[in-house]
Design a protein around this ligand. Structure first.
Ligand SMILES: C[S@@+](CC[C@H](N)C(=O)[O-])C[C@H]1O[C@@H](n2cnc3c(N)ncnc32)[C@H](O)[C@@H]1O
Length: 258
């Protein structure tokens, strides 16, 4: 299995990150978090910057993004520059558990396939809430065990697909985390994973040109970097999707008001 560092270092290198449910799930978070024209949004674990750019272009937001990896932040800045939204975005290197912002700054704080990574998820959730304005929203789209405990082959598949370090929670655990962080009116929508829809979602999110750019970078990295070749081989070897995956693994949208 790829180490956590390798997994996201390579993702940063090729400029490709994803979350479950794709753009449609982002839209649902937008609606549940009451994000609209002029909203100031923080995207924690912004990856290559696709959602930040989307929120500016589609919804007229101002967006701050943070990611723990410097290379990822560079990619997000590049994406914003390429899409002409530099003036409406800012990106910083930061850990979700220690956000570099004052209290009560954002209309909404979102995370998409990120909150399952920090060692101390409660501390991270407290941070999302701290930097949200009173009356603002925190919205998570996070991997979720639909039945617990999951079998070992399921845990291994998820680590390979989502990132080695990931530790999904159950719906009750995610809701509990947000309640403990002080949020009210919590909404939880849990979904099964649809692997075919997930594959199509990459194209919908990045577009043909974007995916060609990503595949080109993958090819270059494959030719140049032996560690990447090993990584691709290992992913290929462990790539069989467990048959009863959808009984155990999915994602949830968890939203609460401060
Ligand atoms: C699965 S990717 C999702 C990226 C992005 N949200 C998207 O939807 O494309 C997870 C991202 O979270 C970042 N990450 C992991 N742990 C983090 C932490 N503790 N604080 C901030 N970012 C983190 C990774 O570097 C990676 O970019």
């Amino acid at each position: 299995m790829a180490s956590a560092e390798q997994f996201f270092d390579f993702a940063a290198e090729v400029g490709f990150t994803k979350h479950m449910g794709g753009v449609e799930a982002t839209e649902e978070l937008v609606e549940l978090c009451h994000i609209g024209e002029g909203s100031y949004v923080l995207d924690v674990g912004c990856g290559a910057g696709a959602t930040a750019v989307y929120l500016v272009q589609r919804h007229g937001c101002r967006v701050a993004g943070v990611d723990i990896l410097p290379r990822m932040v560079e990619r997000a800045r590049e994406t914003a520059r390429r899409e002409g939204v530099e003036d409406r975005t800012e990106f910083r290197v930061a850990d979700a558990q220690d956000l570099p912002f004052d209290d009560d700054m954002f209309d909404a704080v979102i995370t998409e396939s990120v909150a399952a990574f920090p060692e101390d998820k409660q501390r991270a959730a407290n941070e999302y809430v701290r930097v949200t304005k009173p009356g603002g929203y925190v919205g998570l789209n996070e991997s979720t065990w639909l039945q617990a405990p999951p079998p070992p082959e399921m845990v291994a598949w998820v680590a390979q697909e989502v990132g080695a370090q990931v530790k999904p929670l159950t719906r009750e655990e995610w809701v509990g985390l947000l309640e403990h962080a002080g949020l009210k009116d919590i909404v939880a929508r849990v979904r099964h994973i649809d692997t075919r829809h997930e594959a199509g979602g990459m194209m919908r999110r990045y577009g043909c040109l974007g995916m060609l750019r990503v595949w080109g970078r993958m090819l270059r990295l494959y030719v140049k970097n032996p560690a990447y070749r090993q990584f691709v081989k290992r992913v290929g070897q462990g790539g069989i999707t467990p048959k009863n995956l959808d009984q155990y693994f999915g994602y949830g949208l968890y939203v609460g008001r401060k």
